[in-house]
Design a protein around this ligand. Structure first.
Ligand code: NAD
Length: 500
C-alpha cells in the first residue's frame, strides 16, 4: 500500500506523498551525491511518504566545509544583527507551528496535542537564545600578581554537529541548535532518519529569515551519515541525544580525539508513591509517566515503585485511569495515545511483551494488546499502555529501557528500600516521588541518583531549568542559562607590568 491509497489529503494539507525533499548544505536544498534516498513512514496510516536524501561521507564533507567557511564571519556578525535574525526566525516558526506540528505527527505518530505544545515553545526558545548573542561577555580578573592585568573572553567552539532522535525532533534540537548559533558557532544538524522533514522545514525557515549560507546545514540519513559527521576532523563539538548504545559509540570516537561532547541518553525513570501521597495526583503522575509520548520519552516513569500497603488501591485506580485514555488517530486533539513511531520501534516494544510472558516471576497487570487487538483500532502501529509486576531485580522489563508504554510495577516496604530500588539501574535521568511529608520529599529527592528529581509532579519543564542525566543517561545537560557554556570556550588574556 502507498500513501496514495490512503484518504489523507485533508488530514495534512501540505502533504505530497511523492515529494522529493532536499537536505540543506551551504544554504541550498540539495540531494545526496550518490542520488540515494530513503522514505518517511506514517505509523498511523502505515504508509510511506516523501523521498529524503541518504547522505554519504562525501555530503558530510561538503556540509563541514561550508560550515567552516561560514563560521568566522558568523562569529563576527554584530550581536544586534544576530538577534534580529533570531527574531525573524522565531516569527516565521510561530506562523508555521501548525504545519511543523502536523509534520512531526506524520513522522512519528505522536499526538497533535503534544507536538503542538512542543512547537509552540520553540519560538520562545529561539528568542531566549538569540538574546544571548547580545550579552556574551568575559570577566576582568585581578590576578595574584597585581602588576599584571588579566581578563577573559568567551569564544565560539567552531563547527557543531547536532544529532537528534525521533521522539521529539524539534524540541530536542532546540537546546542544541539555538544556543550554538547564538554563541557564534555554525551547526550541522543530523536528524533521525525517522523524522527528517520537520528539521528540514525548520532550517528552511532559518534561511528564509536571512541566516547566511553555511551557518546552519542539515544532513539526512541514518547511522552511517551520523557516524561520518561525528568522525569528521572538521567538527569541533558534538551535541547528541539518542540511545545509550549510540552515545557510547560517539563518546569513544570523540573522546579519543578530545572533541567536546554532550550526550543526552536513555532512562528508566523511577516514580515512587508513598502511602501518605495525594493519590489523585499520584495516579495522574503515574499515567503521565507511563503514557506521555506513548511511553517513547527519555523522561518516562517506566518503573512504578509503590508502597505495599497501597499497592492494591494504586493498581485498581491506575487500571481504571488507563482504561479511560483515548487510543487512536494522533491528529485528533482528543487522542491521548498515538501509535508507536516506526516499524523498528514497534518490533522492539512488541518484543518486550513476549519477554514479559517468558519471565518466570513477571506477572501481567493490565494492557498488552497490540494493533488490531485493541477495540476500535483498524490500522496503525499501536500498543496499549501496559503494566507488569516485576519482583525480580534482574527482570529485563524492569531493567531495560523499552521506550514504549510498558511499565514495571515494584513494591517496597521502607523508605530506604524505595531509594535502593530507584537507584538500582544503570540509568540516572529523571526520577520522582509522591508524598505529603515535606521532610521525606527533600530527603528522598536528594538521594535519588538522577539529573532531574520531580516531587509531586512529573514531566515539569522550563527553558531556564537544566535537564540532563547521570550514569548511562548522559554527560552534560541542556536547557538552563548555563547551556551557553557548552557552546563557548573561555579564553584568558594576560598583560604584563607597565614598564613605560
Ligand atoms: P538512536 O541512538 O538510535 O539514534 C539517535 C540519532 O543518532 C539518530 O539521528 C541516528 O541516525 C543517529 N545515529 C545512529 N547511529 C549513529 C552513529 N554510530 N553515530 C552517529 N549518529 C548515529 O536513538 P533513537 O532510537 O533515535 O532515540 C531513542 C533514544 O533517545 C532513547 O534511548 C531515548 O531515551 C533517547 N532520548 C534521550 C533524551 C534525553 O534528553 N536524555 C531525549 C530523547 C530521547
Amino acid at each position: 500500500m502507498t500513501i496514495a491509497d490512503v484518504q489523507a489529503p485533508v488530514r495534512f494539507p501540505e502533504f505530497d506523498p511523492e515529494r522529493q525533499y532536499g537536505m540543506i548544505i551551504a544554504g541550498q536544498s540539495v540531494q545526496a551525491e550518490t542520488g540515494n534516498t530513503f522514505r518517511c513512514y506514517d505509523p498511523f496510516e502505515e504508509a510511506e511518504w516523501g523521498y529524503v536524501p541518504d547522505a554519504s561521507a562525501a555530503d558530510v564533507d561538503r556540509a563541514v566545509a561550508a560550515a567552516q567557511a561560514a563560521q568566522p564571519a558568523w562569529a563576527a556578525t554584530p550581536p544586534a544583527r544576530r538577534l534580529a535574525l533570531f527574531q525573524r526566525w522565531a516569527a516565521l516558526v510561530r506562523e508555521h507551528v501548525p504545519e511543523l506540528a502536523r509534520t512531526m505527527v506524520h513522522e512519528n505518530g505522536k499526538t497533535i496535542t503534544e507536538m503542538t505544545m512542543a512547537m509552540a515553545a520553540t519560538p520562545n526558545t529561539i528568542e531566549f537564545c538569540g538574546h544571548y548573542a547580545t550579552v556574551i561577555h568575559g570577566d576582568t580578573i585581578t590576578p595574584q600578581m597585581p602588576e599584571h592585568s588579566a581578563w577573559t573572553t568567551r569564544v565560539p567552539v567552531g563547527v557543531v554537529a547536532a544529532i537528534t532522535p525521533w521522539n521529539n525532533p524539534i524540541g530536542l534540537l532546540a537546546w542544541k541548535l539555538f544556543p550554538a548559533l547564538a554563541a557564534g558557532n555554525t551547526v550541522i544538524v543530523k536528524p533521525s532518519e525517522v523524522t527528517p522533514v520537520s528539521t528540514i522545514r525548520l532550517v528552511e525557515l532559518a534561511l528564509e529569515a536571512g541566516f547566511p549560507p553555511g551557518v546552519v546545514s542539515v544532513i539526512t540519513g541514518a547511522g552511517l551519515a551520523g557516524a561520518a559527521l561525528v568522525d569528521h576532523p572538521g567538527v569541533d563539538k558534538v551535541a547528541f541525544t539518542g540511545s545509550t548504545a549510540t552515545g557510547k559509540r560517539i563518546g569513544q570516537s570523540t573522546g579519543g580525539r578530545l572533541v567536546r561532547t554532550t550526550l543526552e541518553l536513555g532512562g528508566k525513570g523511577p516514580n515512587i508513591v508513598f502511602p501518605d501521597a495525594n493519590l489523585d495526583k499520584a495516579i495522574q503522575g503515574l499515567v503521565t509517566g507511563l503514557t506521555a509520548g506513548t511511553g517513547q520519552a527519555c523522561n518516562a516513569g517506566s518503573r512504578i515503585i509503590v508502597h505495599e500497603d497501597i499497592k492494591d488501591e494504586v493498581v485498581a485506580r491506575l487500571i481504571d485511569a488507563l482504561a479511560h485514555l483515548v487510543i487512536g488517530d494522533p491528529l485528533d486533539p482528543d487522542t491521548d495515545i498515538g501509535p508507536i513511531a516506526s516499524r523498528a520501534q514497534y518490533a522492539k516494544v512488541s518484543s518486550y511483551l513476549d519477554i514479559a510472558e517468558s519471565e518466570a516471576t513477571t506477572t501481567f497487570v493490565t494492557g498488552a494488546r497490540r494493533a488490531k487487538q485493541i477495540p476500535g483500532i483498524e490500522h496503525g502501529l499501536f500498543i496499549e499502555p501496559t503494566v507488569y509486576e516485576t519482583p525480580d531485580p534482574r527482570s529485563r522489563v524492569r531493567c531495560e529501557e523499552i521506550f514504549g508504554p510498558i511499565g514495571a510495577l515494584i513494591t517496597f516496604r521502607t523508605e530506604d528500600e524505595a531509594i535502593q530500588i530507584a537507584n538500582d539501574t544503570e540509568y540516572g535521568l529523571v526520577g520522582g516521588l509522591w508524598t505529603t511529608d515535606i521532610n521525606r520529599a527533600r530527603r528522598v529527592a536528594t538521594k535519588l541518583d538522577v539529573g532531574v528529581a520531580w516531587i509531586n509532579t512529573w514531566r515539569a519543564f522550563s527553558g531556564n531549568v537544566p535537564f540532563g542525566g547521570r550514569k548511562s543517561s548522559g554527560v552534560g545537560h541542556e536547557m538552563g542559562i548555563d547551556i551557553f557554556e557548552e557552546y563557548t570556550e573561555v579564553k584568558a588574556y594576560w598583560l604584563g607590568p607597565d614598564d613605560s
